[in-house]
Design a protein around this ligand. Structure first.
Ligand code: FAD
Length: 466
């Protein structure tokens, strides 16, 4: 490991078991690898030099950000080639913020929440938001093309990128870190690294788009009788004249798990309805009568039977309380016990049909399981899980109900959707790539991989099926 210590100093080459072990397992505890070391470079030049030295030592590189990924992408493959984890955590500077350009340049190791705060302090808004934002990093967010609750309004991470700096597998640095909004000078190469999950290169910095600060925000927690009713409410809100910036659909069972395992969570309504919606409207000007719009729209939805009860946040604390329920939910679900999860999307109009088919299939095939559905219904991304009966361990449940995941994927794909909406492929969905990904698309992806990384040393065993 001296070859690396020469570049980044011995303190940034971790080899002791206690130091390395947190990087050897994923957030869910489903994937474990055995990296020979964790390397923590402090600059782009150091990343480039480490990449060259890894090639000379024949060591594969697994890039790691905040390690909150849910597909096992940031952990070396068990029984894979000799590898090191390359953690970007020390590259955490915001290099520049330009309010006139509505842009911010951040290093890959910047925590997403730090970028949100820096934007807010400059009177701007960085819209990506989800439960792991206090730990996930810009490099990981871009490499997985993360979504979250604001996708319906501002798109996935991809749509917020103006430029990238990337260290390529041969150690060259692709400097495309520009803030220009229009550039049709050939292939948009940065889009290959966004969502590339570290298989084509290492993102070291990004120029990100900012938005004007939100001047008015209204948030509501709403009881709805069914996903069909939620869909009608969604159309109503979209037509209301306000900006709909979040629209989350949650089954009662999810809220029950949140109420049971959450710390400091307060349910705004009694959990009597089968479904709930968390929604948020915004306006960029304080004069917009947002509260009136929300109340009127909810009022008409109640008359139409689409809404049975609603709680509107009366303060910032109440508003944050509603989002805390949503953001803490994955942790609450994890505490509840083993579950088999999915990350599917369908066209927004197909969400009710998707849920109907899945519920019927689950009840028929695994009546002992407990289904949960929660997700970003405003962009069609619903996470369906099947929870083990109380007391059953994970291996037993996977052996019994493991077929649930391919089934849910197949239903989503049959309705025009995707088996991988926002968490990426990593290790966990490679099998589904073989089943569902178009053969020509797979062929092109393999050609790109060979062109960028001919020796396949960048994050091997991820994304592409073997
Ligand atoms: C509680 C919770 C809630 C979540 N909610 C959402 C959600 O709503 N929406 C959503 O989209 N995701 C969600 N996620 C998943 C996860 O937070 C995102 O995938 C996030 O973008 C991962 O960022 P990270 O920094 O933790 O990346 P990591 O997990 O460290 O890495 C993810 C992938 O990116 C690669 N990578 C990391 N950094 C770089 C880099 N600099 N260059 C190249 N490759 C790199 C890794 O090799 C790996 O393949 C959630 C996760 C948790 C734990």
């Amino acid at each position: 490991m001296n070859a690396f210590a020469d570049v980044i100093g011995p303190a940034n080459v971790l080899t002791a078991t206690d130091d390395v072990s947190p990087y050897a397992v994923d957030w869910r505890g489903s994937y474990r690898g055995t990296p020979e070391a964790v390397l923590r470079p402090g600059s782009t030049a150091e990343v480039a030099e480490l990449v060259r030295r890894c090639a000379a030592e024949n060591l594969a590189i697994v890039p790691a950000g905040g390690r909150t990924g849910l597909s096992g992408g940031a952990v070396p493959q068990a029984n894979g080639p000799r590898s090191v984890v390359l953690s970007l955590e020390r590259m955490n500077r915001i290099r520049d913020i330009d309010t006139r350009d509505f842009s911010l340049v951040a290093e890959a190791g910047c925590v997403v929440q730090t970028v949100q705060q820096a934007a807010a302090e400059a009177g701007r808004f960085f819209p990506i938001q989800w439960g792991a934002q206090g730990t996930a990093q810009i490099g990981g967010m871009l490499s997985t093309n993360a979504g979250g609750i604001r996708t319906l309004r501002w798109g996935n991470a991809r749509e917020l990128v103006l430029g990238l700096e990337v260290v390529l597998p041969d150690g060259r640095v692709l400097d495309d870190l520009r803030r220009v909004r229009k550039d049709n000078s050939g292939y948009a190469l940065r889009h290959l690294f966004i969502g590339g999950e570290g298989t084509l290169g290492i993102i070291t910095a990004a120029a990100l788009r900012l938005q004007p600060a939100l001047k008015r925000v209204e948030t509501a927690f709403v009881a709805v009788p069914s996903p069909d009713a939620a869909l009608s409410l969604f159309s109503r809100m979209m037509e209301s004249g306000a900006d709909v910036i979040a629209f989350e659909l949650c089954q009662r069972f999810c809220m029950e798990m949140a109420a049971k395992h959450g710390v400091g969570l307060r349910m705004p309504l009694p959990l009597e309805s089968p479904w709930f919606v968390m929604l948020e409207l915004s306006a960029a000007h304080a004069s917009v009568p947002l509260r009136e719009i929300l109340e009127d729209t909810l009022g008409s939805a109640m008359e139409a039977g689409e809404v049975t009860d609603a709680a509107i946040a009366e303060s910032d604390a109440q508003r944050l309380g509603i989002w805390k329920i949503r953001e803490d939910y994955p942790e609450c679900s994890r505490k509840d016990g083993p579950a088999i999860g999915t990350d599917t999307s369908v066209p927004v109009s197909a969400v009710p049909e998707f849920l109907r088919v899945i519920e019927r299939e689950m009840q028929e095939r695994w009546p002992e399981g407990r289904m949960s559905a929660i997700g970003h219904a405003g962009d069609g991304n619903i996470h369906v899980s099947l929870h083990a009966p109380p007391g059953m361990d994970r291996p037993t449940w996977v052996a019994r109900a493991g077929e649930m995941e391919p089934l849910v994927n197949a239903v989503a794909v049959s309705l025009g959707g995707s088996f991988s909406a926002e968490h990426g492929i990593g290790q966990s969905k490679r099998h589904a790539m073989t089943t569902h990904k178009d053969a020509i698309a797979l062929d092109l992806m393999r050609t790109l991989k060979d062109a960028f990384d001919p020796s396949h040393m960048m994050n091997p065993g991820k994304v592409l099926p073997s």
